[in-house]
Design a protein around this ligand. Structure first.
Ligand code: NAP
Length: 247
């Protein structure tokens, strides 16, 4: 049984979907939670759910791709919480399109949120982790970063980039008691996958050995493992949670 009593976790993209599930799972395990989302109401609503579980919670509206805003928010978080032990870089977007038609704006938006956002957030809390000689960094990548996908070259590049970033950070900070890992979800039932048409969904299900889409809670369980005592000796891995899709 994992216990995160007296730990503070920062979760980006906590306002919906996988991030919300991770925030609530870590709170159930005893952690106090900082909920970050683009939309203030979404972050605040999940923070209220965390408080209802009896944990401390804070919420911040932040675009993780904005360097100055990340620096300022990280300082505000540290002032409010005193300490941060766990950072989950989950915020992510898609702007799908075939390569030939992909605009620079769609490429940049996805790389900036999914990859640069994780860099900025990790950098902002690294000094804290180094001082504590402890920290758990978890990146929510994707199987698309491993397998690739037609129509998602920007998303795939951002998620593959996160895997390289994860391994470098794991090597750079490991000797100071800090772990850094990635989770690679397959297709999970959230707003991000809700737009899929029935035919694509059926084709996809035929490719998944477990013959079902995953739930946000499946990813939250993986995050709990990496954040808690059970993940103490685990760093630099890509934990695939995809019903067998990518094997
Ligand atoms: P979602 O339902 O679309 O939620 C995305 C969350 O990220 C929202 O809370 C959103 O904030 C936040 N966000 C987006 N851009 C942001 C930014 N620039 N700054 C701060 N927050 C931002 O997505 P999801 O399905 O839960 O996905 C979560 C993560 O898992 C993403 O990184 C995604 O790529 C990854 N993933 C998802 C799947 C899947 O099948 N769903 C599969 C593999 C990987 P607002 O609510 O305020 O807009």
């Amino acid at each position: 049984m994992n216990s995160l009593q007296n730990q503070v976790a920062v979760v980006t993209g906590a306002g919906r979907g996988i991030g919300r599930a991770i925030a609530l799972k870590l709170a159930e395990a005893g952690a106090d939670i900082v909920c970050i989302s683009r939309t203030a109401e979404n972050a605040a609503a999940v923070a209220a759910e965390v408080s209802a579980l009896g944990r401390r919670s804070w919420s911040y509206a932040l675009d993780v791709a904005q360097s100055e805003a990340v620096t300022a928010t990280a300082a505000a978080i540290l002032e409010a919480t005193g300490q941060v032990h766990i950072l989950v870089n989950n915020a992510g977007i898609t702007r799908d399109g075939l390569l030939m038609r992909m605009s620079d704006a769609d490429w940049d938006a996805v790389i900036d949120t999914n990859l640069k956002g994780a860099f900025l957030m990790t950098k902002a809390f690294t000094r804290t982790f180094l001082k504590q000689r402890a920290g758990r960094i978890i990146h929510v990548s994707s199987v698309i970063g491993v397998m690739g996908n037609a129509g998602q070259s920007n998303y795939s590049a951002s998620k593959a980039g996160l895997i390289g970033f994860t391994k470098s950070v794991a090597r750079e900070l490991g000797s100071r008691g800090i772990t850094c890992n990635a989770i690679a979800p397959g297709f999970i039932e959230t707003d991000m996958t809700a737009a899929m048409d029935a035919k694509s969904r059926e084709t996809l299900l035929g490719q998944i050995p477990l013959a079902a889409l995953g739930q946000a809670n499946d990813i939250a369980e993986a995050a709990l493992y990496l954040a808690g005592p059970s993940g103490r000796y685990v760093t630099g891995i890509v934990l695939t949670v995809d019903g067998g899709l990518s094997m």
